[in-house]
Design a protein around this ligand. Structure first.
Ligand SMILES: Cc1ncc(COP(=O)(O)O)c(C=O)c1O
Length: 302
């Protein structure tokens, strides 16, 4: 099944969506991207895009930060994305990658006097961490001092280093600390602990990406399980002694963490609350829970 991209304002086969080597953003990291999941519901033969608008709202906020002006409204971006995914015709879980970027074929470190463009493409992508229980380490790579809370391409070099360090040391994921030594997030996920029957997660002011899955989990924990989430600094040692730990992200969904720095989290099994949240979440992203169907955008016209 061929993939398609919306590229230079038209739909093209993915292999034809190529950028010139002088494109400004490739050299200076001046792009804003998103990661959106399309979840295949085999019963209904439908792909549902999860929280599409929220992803594009976050991307547009990032564009504002980088002086990227797009001719598209939020609704345009959502409509184009549905069209791209529908055109691909996949019958499996997909991942959608929008990118807004400084598109001038001109070098020079700056944000001003440059043109901008937007592209989006989709491709089949299964589980990201590909394990039912992740083994993590605390990374030696720390967040940069001042982190804009947006998915800016240039920022991800630290995350990439943290991920590779973790894999090379035999772990599934690396957990980065803030410059002050507080727990921040995984290379591509937010982090939650369960401590004394409450969820705890780092606050936005620690520079983390404000994840859409993070927001989904906070909402579901409160609305469906009556569990409060506290957003506060987390010390490294709290990682080891928490009752439960899990990672959240569009790619990773809700992934339980069984071990950090070779120390088991509780008994190393999937925690009760983590399991309940996973079940709720897995139903909701397939649009099997009417209460949350506003979060699911169908792709195929019936
Ligand atoms: C660094 C980082 N933190 C957290 C997340 C989780 O964000 P979301 O749940 O919106 O995918 C991601 C993934 O997008 C990420 O790259």
């Amino acid at each position: 099944m061929p993939s398609y991209a919306y590229f230079h304002n038209q739909m093209v086969p993915l292999e034809e969506a190529n950028l010139n080597v002088m494109t400004n953003f490739m050299h200076y990291g001046t792009g804003v991207f998103e990661g959106i999941r399309g979840n295949w519901n085999s019963g209904r033969r439908q792909i549902y895009l999860f929280r599409l608008k929220e992803h594009y709202q976050r991307m547009l906020n990032g564009c504002h930060l980088l002086n990227i002006e797009l001719p598209h409204t939020l609704d345009d971006l959502c409509r184009i994305t549905v069209e791209v995914v529908a055109k691909c015709g996949f019958e499996e879980d997909v991942y959608v990658r929008p990118l807004a970027y400084k598109s001038s074929e001109s070098l020079g470190v700056r944000l001003h006097n440059l043109e901008s463009d937007f592209l989006v493409f989709a491709f089949p992508w299964g589980p990201y961490l590909d394990t039912d229980r992740a083994r993590c380490c605390v990374s030696s790579w720390r967040f940069p001092n001042e982190v804009p809370r947006a998915k800016l391409t240039g920022l991800y070099v630290t995350n990439a280093a943290a991920k590779t360090e973790a894999i090379e040391n035999g772990f599934d994921e690396g957990i980065m600390l803030t410059p002050d030594g507080y727990v921040a997030e995984g290379s591509g996920e937010n982090l939650f602990l369960l401590i004394n029957d409450r969820l705890v997660t780092p606050p936005g002011s620690d520079g983390i990406l404000i994840g859409i899955t993070r927001n989904t989990v906070i909402t579901l924990a409160q609305e469906e399980l009556g569990i409060e989430t506290v957003e506060r600094h987390i010390d490294r040692v709290e990682l080891y002694t928490a009752d439960e730990c899990f990672l959240t992200g569009t790619a990773a969904h809700i992934t339980p963490v069984s071990e950090i720095d070779h120390r088991r989290i509780a008994d190393g099994e999937i925690g009760k609350v983590t399991g309940k949240l996973q079940k709720l979440y897995n139903d909701i992203i397939l649009n099997n829970n009417r209460k949350y169907s506003d979060w699911c955008t169908p792709v195929y016209r019936k």
